[in-house]
Design a protein around this ligand. Structure first.
Ligand code: FES
Length: 612
């Protein structure tokens, strides 16, 4: 059989490619650099890699029939990891993979500007027969740098040209007191650094003008490692697959960070040469993977990381191409499951300077919890799971275009809004939690988390009973469907979805309660509850309290702070003092291991229930 040439058009990018019939869709997407999330690694288990065939949908495979509803299949939804192309097609890559919805905003903390990287200009005395000192001696003397300082070879190699090209008018680039580059002429007008937050699911990078401390551009994308597993444990298990797996995870991550930094530089018309430092935060597993350090020990008791220390290296050692002499600073971690990202949250919130206890919760793919004030800080991590980022939820997605982001009960009607205001295509974390709260209020979800049978629905909500249907693993509630609500597909909340949320909220609530108990405080003692990360930013405070995830405190004490981990990286970039705080906090924060804490286990069982 001779395979035909096919024409495949991708939307919304509009790119058209010619491929051979019989090729897998995922290989075409990879070649084109079009990414879809593949949390199960392309095994056909998670159902998250959906694309929409507007034309030319191939017959569904049996796996697709298992994972997608009949309506979805008839509309042309297919799993990209299962699809083999056999005819010309027009394929829409859903916006759920659009990085423009990655949370990049953080609450900016005002601190004195004191970056590690600075520039100084000087006129160097020209050599003469009377002054035969070496170029380097004259430059170091002019900048008042000690002669025994350790210097990079690339800098020395370029020195002669720098001083002669500029007629002895040069700019020194310093990391603290140490020169890292000498540039011809006056370049003090431009000095940039980049702060990077490496999330398990998303990456965010910020270009910072080191002369002002201001953020001048931001870029974000999906962590490309998601195609090898959606959480840290599956990534770690991937590293054991073959001898090149660890390097593969590192390479895709470094490539993506490099791409983001290039986007940032292009955005403000600077060259990569003008970037002298990068500060990176991430959870402990992510920083290990970034550095190519095997994180395997994190997955086995006693969950010890290879390293917690911060790291100063040349950026090129990490594989980043910036200025030849650019440095990289990776913030320190606290423990195996409380990483540099949490140190970033501490810097951004200033929790360590507070007179009264502040609770900070960062709900990403893991849930990190910090409770403390200037005298004492406790931290723990809960395996909250990525439910609020859309994984393991039947129609879960991140807060991208078409995601149901809020749900409310109006009389006996369930209403919702979507990101972008258009048709619903899935359910993001805030919508998920709202939906559960509404169904609890309507008596459709009981205290144990069970979706009741239609006959059990209270009289005032019987009109909602018709939206409950029986499924193989418990009942499900139809939140949206093309028949009666602005939706592109049928979006149900399944019994399994509710269980996932119970596990996540139960783990977070029990973690919080355990820390509060150890600190011997009640919710009335809390100065503030700080919610970091995308979920914390978009979740309705009332819903987070109603499901029992966070303590009952007055709503004005609950503060969403956006991407606080990324903000912490920015602060470390522009302030030596902040780095000192980071180093001290990484040592002084007390880590609480919940897996062996009997109190946590008891509280977790209770926290699974809903307070109805
Ligand atoms: S079903 Fe395709 S990646 Fe999971």
């Amino acid at each position: 059989l001779v395979s035909r040439d096919l024409t495949i058009k991708f939307k919304p990018s509009g790119r058209t490619v010619k491929v051979k019939g019989g090729v897998s869709l995922i290989s075409v997407l990879e070649t084109l650099g079009l990414t879809v999330d593949m949390p199960c690694g392309g095994k056909g288990r998670c159902g998250k890699c959906t694309v929409l065939f507007e034309q030319g949908a191939p017959p569904p495979t049996s796996t697709e029939k298992d994972r997608l509803s009949e309506i979805d299949l008839s509309k042309g939804y297919r799993l990209s990891c299962q699809t083999v192309l056999d005819s010309d097609a027009v394929i829409l890559i859903p916006n759920s993979h659009d990085s423009s919805y990655v949370l990049t905003r953080g609450v900016a903390r005002q601190i004195p500007l004191d970056p590690t990287i600075t520039k100084r200009r000087a006129i160097i005395p020209k050599p003469s027969i009377e002054d035969q000192r070496s170029d380097l001696d004259r430059v170091l003397a002019t900048f008042q740098v000690k002669r025994n300082v350790s210097l990079g070879l690339p800098m020395i190699r370029r020195l002669s040209q720098a001083v002669r090209d500029s007629n002895y008018d040069i700019t020194g680039v310093f990391a603290g007191e140490t020169p890292i580059a000498f540039e011809a002429g006056d370049t003090t007008g431009s000095c940039f650094g980049v702060a990077v937050d490496i999330g398990t699911t998303t990456l965010a990078a910020y270009l910072i003008d080191l002369r002002t401390g201001e953020q001048v551009s931001v870029a974000a994308s999906t962590n490309p490692q998601t195609r090898y597993g959606d959480d840290v444990i599956s990534r770690i298990s991937y590293t054991t697959r073959d001898s090149a797996a660890l390097e593969r995870l590192r390479d895709v991550l470094v490539d993506e960070i490099q791409k983001l930094i290039t986007v940032l530089a292009d955005d403000v018309n600077i060259t990569l040469e003008q970037i002298y430092e990068v500060c990176l935060v991430g959870n402990t597993c992510m920083t290990h993977l970034l550095l190519g350090v095997n994180p395997e020990s994190l997955a086995q008791s006693p969950y010890v990381p290879v390293m917690c220390q911060s790291l100063y290296v040349n950026a090129s050692e990490i594989g980043l191409e910036l200025n030849e002499s650019a440095l990289a600073y990776v913030l320190p971690c606290i423990a195996g499951y409380v990483g540099a990202d949490t140190v970033g949250v501490l810097l951004a919130t200033g929790l360590y300077e507070s007179d009264r206890p502040i609770l900070a919760v960062d709900i990403g793919t893991n849930g990190e919890i910090v409770l403390g004030y200037k005298e004492r800080i406790l931290a723990c991590s809960t395996a909250a799971g990525p439910a609020f980022e859309g994984a393991h939820i039947k129609h879960g997605m991140r807060a991208a275009l078409g995601a149901i982001d809020s749900v409310r009960l109006e009389g006996d009607t369930v209403r919702f809004t979507t990101v972008g205001g258009g048709k619903a295509v899935g359910l993001c974390g805030s919508g998920l939690l709202d939906a559960i709260v509404c169904l609890i209020q309507a008596g459709i979800i009981d205290a144990s988390g069970r979706i009741v049978a239609p006959s059990e629905v209270p009289a005032e909500f019987t009109s909602l009973a018709r939206k409950i249907r029986e499924a193989e693993k418990g009942n499900e509630f139809i939140l949206a469907s093309p028949d009666d609500s602005p939706a592109d597909r049928v979006i149900e909340l399944t019994q399994r979805d509710v269980r996932e949320v119970q596990l996540a909220k139960g783990a977070i609530a029990a973690g919080i309660q355990t820390l509060m108990r150890k600190m011997n405080i009640g919710s009335g003692d809390l100065e503030a509850v700080v919610l970091a990360g995308a979920f914390g930013n978009y979740v309705r405070k009332e819903s987070a309290i109603a499901v029992g995830m966070i303590p009952r405190v007055p709503l004005d004490r609950i503060r969403p702070v956006g991407n606080a981990a990324g903000e912490g990286a920015r602060l470390a970039l522009i302030s030596k003092d902040m780095r000192e705080h980071a180093e001290r906090l990484a040592q002084s924060v007390q880590y609480v291991e919940l897996t062996i804490d009997s109190e946590f286990q008891e509280r977790f069982a209770e926290a699974l229930l809903f307070d109805v």
